[in-house]
Ligand binder design. Structure first.
Ligand code: SF4
Ligand code: MG
Length: 329
């Protein structure tokens, strides 16, 4: 599979300023702190982790919806991290976003037809073509032309997300960054929307970055997965390999909390100690050491980097990866 997108050492540090008259920077929230990953054409890369781990910020930085502090974003072989103007506009046609809360992202004063048409208007698609496309896309996402003159509040959460998906498809995108697209929906509806997204991926040859905190949802749709903790990727690899054979204690803890996603049901639940530390003052050494049941002195001093730990480009960032694997967890 060819590589569509590569993100290298991406950082987003939000400055913390103090002082009313002359604000001075006193620190930074290190929301994304050196993240690298690639996405191949036609696949789904799942980006998982607790809320606040930087996964949404990483997703938005790709399109400069949030301006990254540093790092490189290469799309189809071209560095897009600093593109501006018309070039950026064209890029936002090829790369679309689907948001968590379809209600907040749909204008309540616009009809469904107007909402789905809007991106096409911005790109001056002729009216006849727009109307045709709206009809077509409503069917594709499981709604019908009967719905097109209605307003967002007349729909259920799942239907609203279908409208959001239809809108994301209007300009024939190549890559869709899906930021928690089903997190706000009832569990019974989540599966329907995820299945729809999987079908659309095949039909329209789409590539997804699927951001979520729910590991079962990610397992279902992803080919590869990257697990984030405090702005860093701590483990990555093919989804089945990572889920069946997790190497990083954090991944193990997340997976042990969802037995149905874990084929080794005999495993004990690993309870994480303490709260998620603040990304403005992350722990030294391994950022996970304050909550890791295996932490030792070295972990408090040295920052572990991602290294090869198994088949299919399976990587983890843990000093004790070999020891941890042997732990009866
Ligand atoms: Fe735990 Fe140490 Fe591995 Fe970090 S490096 S995950 S603290 S064992
Ligand atoms: Mg988020």
């Amino acid at each position: 599979m060819t590589e569509l997108l590569r993100v290298s050492n991406l950082k987003k540090h939000f400055p913390i300023k103090k002082g009313a008259i002359i604000p001075k920077q006193v620190g930074a929230v290190r929301a994304v702190d050196g993240v690298s990953f690639s996405v191949r054409k036609g696949e789904t890369l799942g980006l998982v982790g607790e809320s606040g781990c930087g996964k949404s910020t990483a997703g938005r930085s790709i399109l400069q919806l949030i301006q990254p502090t540093s790092g490189e974003v290469v799309y189809k072989g071209e560095d897009i991290s600093h593109v501006k103007g018309e070039k950026l506009r064209q890029l936002r046609r090829e790369i679309q976003l689907i948001f968590q809360d379809p209600y907040a992202s749909l204008n309540p004063r616009m009809t469904v037809e107007q909402i789905i048409e809007e991106p096409m208007r911005a790109f001056k698609v002729p009216s006849g073509e727009r109307k045709k496309k709206v009809e077509e896309l409503l069917n594709v996402v499981g709604l019908s032309s009967y719905h097109k003159h209605r307003y967002p509040h007349q729909f259920s959460g799942g239907q609203r997300q279908r409208i959001g998906i239809a809108r994301a498809l209007t300009l024939d995108p190549e890559l869709i960054i899906c930021d928690e697209p089903v997190s706000a929906l009832d569990v019974s509806i989540q599966a329907q929307v995820v299945n729809l997204m999987a079908d659309l991926q095949k039909e329209f040859d789409l590539t997804y970055i699927f951001i979520a905190h729910d590991l079962s949802v990610v397992h279902h749709i992803s080919d590869r997965v990257a697990v984030m903790y405090l702005g860093e990727i701590v483990e990555a690899g093919e989804v089945d390999e990572v889920y069946e054979n997790p190497k990083h204690p954090y991944t193990k803890a997340l997976l042990s909390a969802i037995p149905e996603a874990n084929p080794r049901r005999d495993k004990e639940r690993i309870m994480l100690e303490g709260d998620l530390p603040s990304p403005s003052d992350p722990p030294k050494g391994c950022k996970f050491h304050t909550r890791c049941p295996f932490a030792e002195q070295r972990c408090r001093e040295e920052h572990p980097v991602l290294k090869e730990v198994g088949a299919g480009d399976h990587q983890a960032a843990c000093h004790l990866v070999d020891e941890v694997v042997k732990q009866p967890v």
